[in-house]
Design a protein around this ligand. Structure first.
Ligand SMILES: Cc1cc2nc3c(=O)[nH]c(=O)nc-3n(C[C@H](O)[C@H](O)[C@H](O)COP(=O)(O)O)c2cc1C
Length: 160
């Protein structure tokens, strides 16, 4: 049975880590795309992004439907927004209602909130087995270190 890396990324950090993981373990990879466009600059980016988390928004995903029968292990990646996971990940969780999967969580953040984000993700994904979680601090600013960390982590999960 296969492994899928599924993620949302707004500024490319989570994408960077997701690609490293998929490359390391030879997994399929899907970037979630939302129909909702958030402001990309300055204060309004944080304001609208944060507000969408707090209001529990579930923007429509424009990806093709994913066949989870093919996957036993799923890596789920998100940036931390307002101490939680991002709205497209919320949409993904609601749409697919994963059950009986081996799940590894990863999150990119700017300094805090990853632990809370993982706790909320686990609570939102009952009925699955969590095999690992890893936080990455602004990976694009620490690309070599983050890349090594992602490779080592993903490699180590093969045996779990
Ligand atoms: C709307 C918004 C809210 C954020 N909230 C947090 C936060 O609560 N804690 C934190 O450490 N970083 C926060 N960040 C920073 C991002 O988590 C961080 O820059 C991450 O690396 C971005 O990943 P991406 O490039 O894949 O989008 C926030 C960023 C945005 C845009």
């Amino acid at each position: 049975m296969g492994t899928l890396v599924v993620y949302f990324s707004f500024d490319g950090n989570t994408k960077f880590i997701a690609e490293k993981i998929a490359e390391t373990i030879n997994a399929d990879i899907i970037e979630l795309k939302s129909s909702k466009k958030y402001p990309t600059e300055g204060f309004s980016k944080y304001f609208w992004g944060g507000k969408s988390v707090i209001f529990g928004e579930k923007p429509k995903l424009i990806n093709d439907s994913i066949d989870f029968n093919r996957y036993e292990t799923v890596f789920i990646g998100t940036p931390v927004w307002a101490g939680s996971y991002t709205p497209p990940i919320k949409s993904f969780i609601r749409q697919y209602k994963l059950q009986g999967k081996r799940i590894a969580l990863f999150a990119c953040h700017g300094g805090n909130g990853a632990e809370k984000c993982f706790a909320k993700l686990k609570a939102a994904l009952p009925g699955n087995k969590f095999i690992g979680e890893m936080a990455f601090l602004e990976p694009k600013k620490n690309s070599e270190e983050s890349s090594n960390k992602a490779v080592k982590w993903a490699d180590g999960l093969r045996t779990i």
